[in-house]
Design a protein around this ligand. Structure first.
Ligand code: ADP
Ligand code: 5GP
Length: 213
């Protein structure tokens, strides 16, 4: 594609020139981060994480600029107003969003850009030209999800209840035909990981091949 057209078309079209991005969604606690950690470890240079912005507090071990850009509501709203976000949403009392810069940073490395977003993010990304592969990671049941969230020990009782309410909505909305290219039920972690790898295999191969040439 010629440069002039790329400039005019903006970020979403520009992203399409590189490998196809991947959107991972699904209820909080379903296992997205766990699966992504494995994927990034096994394919270090192939994937790049789109580091979202959020107004929630960091969890122990989370690194600013790596897991999220942790910002205040004021800072984030200012950047949204300046048109710097592809999508943003309110989730469980906090703001979350994908900046254009987050996706661009991954694209600049010619890596497969992985976005971890909630269902509102999925719906909003559908309106853009990003054209990713959409994957929903789901728990075997709400009861198991609740147990995993409790065992993770990252949420207050209030936050946990909000996440369970959001999870019920997510699981209902996810039934919409065609919304996701793949739904992975994360019961056995290794099995879920195999399914994730299998659907991404073609893009992984293409990206690895392009590295060699
Ligand atoms: P998410 O990123 O979707 O919010 P996490 O990856 O943090 O979810 O997973 C939530 C919790 O469940 C974590 O403590 C994780 O170790 C655990 N977990 C993830 N997958 C499984 C699984 N297949 N079986 C049991 N526990 C799991
Ligand atoms: P957590 O607080 O557990 O890290 O994330 C809560 C929810 O926010 C998850 O469903 C996660 O996918 C979603 N999320 C994380 N980043 C973004 C983002 O940039 N945009 C949207 N729409 N959701 C996000």
């Amino acid at each position: 594609m010629i440069l002039g057209r790329m400039r005019g078309a903006g970020i979403a079209r520009a992203v399409m020139q590189g490998p196809r991005p991947v959107v991972l969604s699904g209820p909080s606690g379903a296992g997205k981060s766990t699966l992504l950690k494995k994927l990034f470890k096994d394919y270090e240079n192939v994937f790049g994480f789109s580091v979202s912005h959020t107004t929630r507090q960091p969890r122990p071990g989370e690194v600013n600029g790596k897991d999220y850009h942790f910002v205040t509501r004021e800072e984030m709203q200012k950047e949204i107003d300046a048109g710097e976000f592809i999508e943003h949403a309110e989730f469980s009392g906090n703001m979350y969003g994908t900046s254009k810069g987050a996706v661009q940073a991954v694209q600049a490395q010619n890596q497969i850009c992985v976005l971890d977003v909630d269902i509102q993010g999925v719906k909003n990304i559908k309106k853009t030209e990003l054209k990713p592969i959409y994957i929903s990671v789901q728990p075997p049941s709400i009861e198991i999800l609740e147990k995993r969230l409790r065992d993770r020990k990252t949420e207050t009782e209030e936050s946990l209840q909000k996440r369970l309410t959001a999870a019920r909505v997510d699981l209902e909305l996810s039934k919409e035909p065609g919304l996701f290219d793949l739904v992975i039920i994360n019961d056995d972690l290794e099995k879920a990981y195999s399914e994730l790898k299998e659907v991404l295999l073609e893009e992984i191969k293409k990206t690895e091949e392009s590295r060699k040439s």
